[in-house]
Ligand binder design. Sequence first.
Ligand SMILES: [Zn+2]
Length: 218
Amino acid sequence: MWQEARVALTRSENMSRIRSADTEPELIVRRALTAAGLRYRLHQKTPGGKADLVMPSQKFALFIDGCFWHGCPEHYVHPRSNWPFWDAKLRENVDRDRRQTKALVSEGWKFLRVWEHEVREAPLKVVERIQKQLDGARRAKAGWRVVFVRPEGEGSTLERRLHEDLADAAKQLTTVRQRVTAKKGRVAKGVVSHLSVPAAKKSGGGISNDAKQRGRVA
Ligand SMILES: [Zn+2]
């Protein structure tokens, strides 16, 4: 079932380079913040690592998570080659995001993690959410991350996707849906034929209910 790692790493190397540059979603947010009269610094160190945008005096950090690199439930597409490499990459990124999030919480920082697609779809809403956090609103929920993907059998267009809650790795969710082929940034319409949430999460599951209502993972 698992394919051999046969694709040269040039593709991933190229993608790594893209990651380190100022991305288009970052530029969109920066323009919107400047227009709103908010001042910020870029790529500064915060507890747990660097953030994309920081307001040091207010102890606020913003992360703009790329839909591919950070396992967006709507848009993550596992490359259909070199499975072990991409599995490890995704796991590493989600684990890092989780460590960083925990470090910020324990150091009493305010922060917001937004998806690249949210920035592209509604940058002003992102600015509103930043403003709310600065004004002392309750911390936004961390949300789901795709952490593992496999086809539902040889040649199937269905994929089984394992999600984890960024705030709590023990909260997991499995979906089976059509492989997403929509272009980056577009909202994909996956067909879910199976959904399982661990029983313990159903009662108190603010996050999973949220996710269902938004139709993003369910
Ligand atoms: Zn996305």
